[in-house]
Design a binder for this molecule. Structure first.
Ligand SMILES: [Fe+2]
Ligand SMILES: [Fe+2]
Length: 157
């Protein structure tokens, strides 16, 4: 099995890292009870996640399927289901964060959000790992350097 990062689609890995960084900033804002910043950063995370997922679903996954690179634990259906779950979860976190305004028990609700976010981070890292160990290296194997350069050009940050 390939190690994470042992492929040349490293620009997609950078997305994962950036998403984690924005999410971390959101959690720091929550910790500081800065609701405006926490919500703003979560919205930024949501937008970036949306762009990232659209790139994977519109550009990477169709090619992955076309080249018959799907495998157990790395099927189109599985990636799509995880994307849907991540989106749904992010919507829920945004709703809960927005509800902090005027909350009678701010500390209690922030703690409850952190609990949910721990689950979310687990889901996110599990998904990212699946892509980094299956999707990206397999896509790397069935594409040429020229094709990968095209994939990079289609990638919007
Ligand atoms: Fe993904
Ligand atoms: Fe991804």
């Amino acid at each position: 099995m390939s190690k994470p990062g042992s492929h040349s689609l490293t620009f997609v890995l950078k997305d994962h890292k950036e998403l984690e960084n924005v999410f971390n900033s959101h959690q720091r804002a929550l910790l500081a009870r800065d609701i405006d910043a926490a919500l703003g950063l979560l919205t930024r995370f949501q937008d970036a996640l949306d762009r990232h997922i659209r790139y994977e679903e519109d550009v990477l996954l169709p090619l992955y399927v076309e080249r018959q690179a799907e495998t157990e634990g790395g099927t189109l259906k599985l990636f799509q289901a995880e994307h849907a779950k991540l989106r749904e979860f992010t919507d829920k976190l945004t709703e809960l964060t927005a509800r902090l305004y005027g909350s009678p028990d701010l500390a209690g609700e922030i703690l409850a959000i952190f609990d949910r976010e721990t689950m979310f981070k687990g889901l996110f890292s599990h998904h990212a790992m699946r892509e980094e160990t299956i999707l990206f290296p397999r896509l790397d194997e069935c594409t040429t350097a020229v094709e990968r350069a095209r994939l990079l050009r289609q990638h919007v940050h």
